[in-house]
Design a protein around this ligand. Structure first.
Ligand code: PMV
Length: 349
């Protein structure tokens, strides 16, 4: 093959049962299973890849900026390319051009959508016919949480037991159509880059938190219970698991030495506001969850959006909110959507 190119789009996911801690750093194997919802196109990454003999080096551009492939975080994500090349028996260099359509300064991580889009685009450009399971295993090795963005709907990342990671992959537990009203109201409280990256943060937690062993068991049970609640359409149980999971992950972060503190005072106000809303309604209308940062994700159903917005309007310090629905997973885009200028073998300007 002289040229192999493809363009794909993928969206981030928000974890309901959290992944925090690897049992294998190289293969990115987690201590516990996790569950998430893949978001819709309101937030997405578009990635074009071109494998060609005419390229004399690998190059990677994100939002118009060339990335340093020797940077640890970028190199880890780029592992996906190497795995795909080996699978296809290709020795060609690659040009990767990626663009995040995240609302500017949203402070939201794009590594999951970026890595999922990269894996998806590479497999198509190299003519590899991979199942969602195989794709998720490859994406996982670039960024753990990205393996859940390989599928739409509500997705579980099974922790697996095998040392080679062959049973640690993403599986859909509900299609988007089964939970069409599920939304994530993202309350942006800070646009700062996180001080402790998830990679080093979770490693420190595994090494120093005495509560972490209990967390791994708790999260595994929550993954199973959450799947049951999804099947039985029990939003009340889903909401309580989502909130307890976020609290438990942030508890082991605080128990890490030195402590990792992502939540700020506004985050804590939001937690109180959501509990207040649920208590006054006599049932769970919404659940909060936080990843490695202070921005809140409020998980609710479309019909409750106004009540949630009302509750949030009383919290000082929320800069803006973005609402994302449940998404259907990565998809290929046509050649006219390519971000690559095929004449110059460079990003389109
Ligand atoms: O895959 P990473 O390294 O971006 O880790 C993500 C971890 C959390 O977002 C905090 C939780 C999760 O399960 O997504």
């Amino acid at each position: 093959m002289e040229h192999g190119s493809a363009t794909a789009t993928a969206s981030p996911n928000i974890a309901f049962v959290k992944y925090w801690g690897k049992r294998d750093e190289e293969l990115i194997l987690p201590y516990n299973s996790s569950v998430s919802m893949t978001l819709d196109d309101s937030l997405n990454t578009v990635t074009s890849v071109l494998f060609s003999k005419e390229l004399n080096a690998d190059r990677f551009f994100i939002n118009g900026e060339e990335q340093d492939l020797s940077d640890n975080d970028i190199a880890e994500r780029f592992k996906v390319v190497g795995i795909m090349r080996r699978k296809a028996g290709s020795a060609d260099h690659v040009l990767v051009v990626s663009r995040n359509s995240f609302p500017t300064a949203s402070g939201l991580a794009s590594s999951a959508s970026g890595t999922a889009a990269l894996a998806y685009a590479c497999s198509r450009a190299l003519g590899l016919k991979l199942s969602a399971k195989e794709l998720s295993i490859i994406a996982r090795q670039g960024s753990g949480s990205s393996c859940r963005s390989i599928l739409g709907g509500i997705v579980v990342w099974k922790k697996g037991r095998n040392a080679d990671g062959s049973d640690s992959y993403a599986k859909r537990i509900a299609k988007k159509e089964q939970w069409p009203d599920l939304i994530d109201i993202i309350a942006i409280v800070s646009t700062e880059r996180k001080r402790v990256l998830s990679r080093s943060g979770m490693q420190q937690t595994v090494e120093s938190s005495s509560l972490f062993k209990a967390r791994a068991k708790f999260a595994e049970r929550n993954s199973r219970d959450f799947a049951k609640a999804v099947k039985s359409k029990d939003f009340d149980s889903m909401a309580s698991i989502i909130m307890k999971e976020s609290n438990d992950m942030h508890a082991v972060m605080l128990d890490t030495y030195p402590p990792i503190i992502y939540l700020n005072d506004v985050s804590k106000e939001i937690i109180a506001a959501i509990h207040g809303l649920n208590e006054s309604s006599g049932k769970a209308l919404a659940a909060y969850t936080f990843d490695a940062g202070p921005n809140a994700h409020i998980i609710t159903l479309k019909g409750n959006e106004e009540a949630v917005r009302n509750a949030l309007s009383r919290v000082d310090g929320i800069r803006e909110t973005i609402t994302a629905g449940i998404g259907s997973g990565p998809r290929a885009l046509s050649e006219k959507d390519s971000l690559i200028d095929m004449e110059r073998l460079m990003p389109k300007s």
